[in-house]
Write a protein that binds this ligand. Structure first.
Ligand SMILES: Nc1ncnc2c1ncn2[C@@H]1O[C@H](COP(=O)(O)OP(=O)(O)O)[C@@H](O)[C@H]1O
Ligand SMILES: [Mg+2]
Length: 317
């Protein structure tokens, strides 16, 4: 694992070994995040490899990936810890007699409550605690990767709470005390940019803007993600999608769609891209009827352009 973070190159190689193709800026950020002990904030459109990056780092480190998926309405308790209320209740039911003994002879109600309170520890102990991702990451026995996914979907207050935890890597459970991370996890926060994140969060993190890869890198991704794809087809697919992304579309195809399309083409035993085949399979790349219509009218020109600079050079002139 130490080898992985020897230098930027090692990070890139290590990620590649897990099937993740990181460009130098991504590998540099991962390397620095580890050296500086800072979280990574990966922002960019859906499907460009933000979540996958965290998974790849964990795989490369052979570390546990602890994932906190954010959504609207997510609250602190679900990110940190919860008491197992039903289990506590069940225990009190089963221990009715014992509890009866404890309060037996209490003169007043408040005396009885005091006596119960003296036994509170028994019910607010590890036995009844469900650690949620942040606490899991802090208590991990070995360095882990903490993925706080789609943080833009959580509310502002929760974002502020993440900041607090990420500042100290420690949390307090009032009944159990303060716990500090034995090993700082590598933290990756992702955002699809559906709302502005706070400056404070940006300041604390290493900011990584991720977008669609260039054609060579996307062809390389296809080579690792699509079993049986020939290099020539991978390049044609990557070139075509690259050009498709320049059209005025409601939903630009992401890497996930490129992979899906390439898998479909392999299944259909395609060796090269032709007008008819591309038109027939556009629904794997585009998810809106309007986008498919827009693309259909440009397929042949996109294919011509994708056929390579060689052809253009041979053209008029
Ligand atoms: N650099 C990459 N190398 C290999 N596969 C990638 C890469 N980037 C994206 N992918 C593929 O694209 C898919 C979508 O990536 P994902 O991480 O889910 O996107 P995001 O979280 O940005 O929405 C992943 O399942 C993965 O297969
Ligand atoms: Mg994601």
């Amino acid at each position: 694992m130490n080898d992985l973070f020897r230098d930027v190159e090692s990070v890139q190689t290590g990620l590649r070994a897990t099937g993740y193709i990181a460009d130098p800026s991504v590998a540099t950020t991962v390397y620095l995040a580890r050296c500086l002990g800072k979280p990574i904030l990966a922002e960019g459109p859906a499907g460009v490899g933000k979540t996958e990056l965290a998974k790849a780092i964990a795989a490369a480190m052979s570390a546990e990936l602890i994932r906190l998926q954010c959504y609207e309405g997510l609250d602190e308790a679900k990110t940190l810890y919860e008491w197992m209320y039903p289990k506590q209740l069940l225990y009190t039911q089963m221990l009715r007699d014992k509890i009866g003994d404890v309060v037996a002879g209490a003169a007043t109600l408040s005396d009885a409550v005091d006596r119960i309170a003296a036994h509170e520890d028994a019910f607010f102990s590890e036995r009844f605690l469900t650690p949620r991702p942040l606490l899991q990451a802090i208590r991990a026995e070995k360095p882990a990767v903490l993925l706080i996914d789609e943080v833009d979907r959580a509310e502002d207050e929760l974002e502020a709470f993440f900041l607090e935890v990420l500042a100290e890597y420690q949390v307090t459970v009032p009944e159990l005390g303060t716990m500090t991370a034995r090993h700082r996890p590598i933290v990756v926060l992702t955002s699809n940019n559906t709302r502005e994140l706070s400056d404070a969060l940006r300041r604390r993190c290493l900011y990584l803007y991720m977008t669609y890869p260039g054609p060579d890198r996307e062809a390389e991704i296809l080579a690792t993600r699509v079993p049986g794809i020939e290099s020539e087809l991978a390049h044609s697919v990557a070139e075509f999608v690259q050009r498709l992304r320049n059209l005025d579309l409601k939903k630009t195809p992401s890497i996930s769609e490129t992979i899906d399309w390439a898998r479909a083409l392999v299944l259909l035993s395609a060796e090269t891209l032709g007008d008819e085949l591309v038109t027939r399979t556009l629904n794997l790349l585009l998810k809106y009827e309007g986008d498919i219509e827009t693309a259909k009218s440009s397929v042949s020109s996109l294919l011509d352009a994708s056929a390579g600079t060689g052809q253009r050079r041979a053209g008029p002139g």
